[in-house]
Design a protein around this ligand. Structure first.
Ligand SMILES: Nc1ncnc2c1ncn2[C@@H]1O[C@H](COP(=O)(O)OP(=O)(O)OP(=O)(O)O)[C@@H](O)[C@H]1O
Ligand SMILES: [Mg+2]
Length: 500
């Protein structure tokens, strides 16, 4: 395989029945470069890289590699040309082992080709993981049993295993911890030296500035421009992305937290967290910070009734609450926005309407009949309030961009009229403008008296949003900070177990 000097995508257009996702985009990138692609939710980033990966057909335009036109009609053809992608959505086969997923299609076989040489296969998968610096994953485990962040690392390993010439990473960091992100960045530097072109999509601009040589901005399906990261700053980039400068990022709060609404005492669950106690007041935003894997998600799931605790007590408005199922929790007034919208937040093959109203069926059904009109009106108003695009409630969720899917999850819980809302990474995969919208919606909910547990791995938003912040490490609460005490240093030190 010869060296790749350049990639050119010329006049690329693509529409999905009616939605013009890309309009005559001219994009080019060079060998050995990390090239970030940024833009609001629905700007067309995923569509562009899917066309390059052969996962989507374009309507018009041409693609040149080393100035030679190429046809990338299928993922296999793209792969033969050395193009590999880690897509935004999950693409592993859950019941197969890590080894099988990494070596998919190239498992070593025995002499007669009809049995798999397992020891060699596992060994090779281990080698691949080790070589790229992703350690601590048992290759014999079925992928479905790994944490979301480990699944993501397996996806990356699978793509890198063949040493692609072009590596596409569509929001790889959304589910990685800081430590894992560091390892990914180290890997990117190695690949870059080996003359790989890396296309990197992310909504986290600090990350983009850290890793990218150049940045291309897409907006509403058009290419706004390409800039050198050295020659620009976040403010300028945001302006290119949204077409305006943004106002206040975090909402100003006017009311004080009220009466205690949720009390958690000595809550434990074997193997994931132990002895967690805290309380939450009406109208309070309680930040919950911790590194990925610190037990925050499991704890949230326990309160919600998605997993039973092994011991401990939960009280809602003073009354003992023993949730047997999420449905129970929703009925009583506790809602959970999950971090993994693909796995349990959304039904991809259903419409916006059906997804949003899942949590609210009770309110709009009378004597067992569903009042469609009332339901539609409610859903429509949420769709408007959150600016979900396109604003058609009959749209299948599968056809929305990643960030808009996240807004659908949020809409669902906003309609549920919860008293306690647990938000697990609510802004993951969401663009800057939408993030700010979500912060303000959360602020409004708190003003209305909803008690909010705000789980996030992004320190700035924990600091910007919370009245109080808790820190979790290795399954235990290790710190509590008032707004005045909380700082980046204090929270990070506490989450990492460093004594100050
Ligand atoms: N399968 C599909 N069917 C119909 N419309 C689609 C489909 N996939 C994407 N779209 C639309 O195409 C546009 C571009 O979507 P795309 O997923 O490329 O955006 P994105 O920039 O990756 O956004 P995000 O940051 O939210 O992931 C959006 O308006 C989206 O609604
Ligand atoms: Mg996308």
């Amino acid at each position: 395989m010869g060296n790749l000097d350049s990639l050119q995508m010329q006049g690329i257009s693509k529409s999905y029945d009616g939605t013009q996702a890309l309009r005559e985009v001219d994009f080019s990138a060079a060998i050995g470069e990390v090239h970030a692609i940024v833009g609001e939710n629905g700007a067309g980033k995923t569509t562009l890289v899917k066309i390059l990966a052969g996962a989507l057909e374009r309507d018009a335009g041409g693609i040149l590699l080393d100035s030679e036109p190429v046809e990338l009609g299928t993922p296999l053809r793209a792969r033969r040309l050395g193009i590999r992608a880690v897509h935004q959505e999950f693409s592993l086969v859950p019941h197969l082992t890590v080894t099988e997923n990494i070596l998919m299609g190239q498992m070593p076989t025995g002499r007669l080709k009809w049995w798999v040489d397992w020891p060699t296969a596992h060994h090779r998968a281990e080698e691949i993981l080790q070589e790229i610096g992703f350690t601590g994953i048992n290759v014999r485990t079925p992928v479905s049993r790994l944490s979301v962040s480990h699944q993501q690392m397996v996806e990356i390993a699978k793509a890198v295993a063949e040493r692609p010439r072009i590596l596409i990473l569509d929001e790889p960091s959304a589910v990685l911890s800081q430590e894992e992100l560091k390892r990914l960045f180290a890997l990117i530097q190695i690949l870059k030296k080996e003359s790989t072109l890396i296309l990197y999509i992310s909504h986290r601009l600090d990350e983009v500035f850290e890793v990218a040589d150049r940045i291309t901005v897409l907006k509403d399906g058009e290419l706004v421009g390409t800039v050198h990261s050295q020659e620009t700053d976040q403010g300028q980039l945001i302006k290119m992305m949204v077409g305006r400068t943004l106002g206040e990022i975090y909402p100003r709060r006017h009311t004080q937290p009220g009466k205690e609404i949720l009390t958690v005492k000595g809550l434990s669950r074997e193997d994931s967290f132990a002895d967690v106690s805290f309380s939450l007041a009406r109208g309070e935003i309680l930040g919950l910070f911790g590194l990925v894997g610190s037990g925050r998600t499991q704890m949230a799931r326990c309160i919600f009734g998605a997993e039973p605790p092994t011991s401990g007590e939960i009280r809602l408005e003073g009354k003992v609450f023993r949730s047997k199922s999420p449905r129970d929790a929703v009925k009583t007034g506790i809602a959970l926005l999950t971090e993994d919208r693909k796995r349990d937040g959304l039904v991809m093959s259903c419409s916006i309407r059906d997804n949003v109203s899942l949590a609210t069926m009770q309110q709009v059904s009378r004597w067992g009949f569903l009042d469609r009109r009332q339901q539609d009106a409610q859903v429509q108003s949420e769709v408007q309030e959150l600016d979900i695009r396109p604003a058609q409630i009959g749209r299948l969720v599968r056809t929305l961009s990643g960030g808009n899917q996240q807004k659908v999850v949020l809409a669902k819980w906003l309609l549920s009229q919860a008293k306690v809302l647990i938000l697990d990474e609510p802004t993951r995969g969401v663009d800057v403008a939408t993030k700010i919208e979500i912060y303000h919606i959360i602020g409004d909910l708190a003003e209305r008296g909803v008690g909010i547990v705000f789980i996030s791995s992004e320190l700035p938003e924990i600091l910007g949003m919370s009245d109080r912040a808790l820190v979790m490490r290795e399954g235990r609460l290790v710190g509590e900070f008032t707004r005045a005490q909380a700082s980046e240093e204090s929270l990070l030190a506490s989450a990492a177990g460093v004594i100050q």
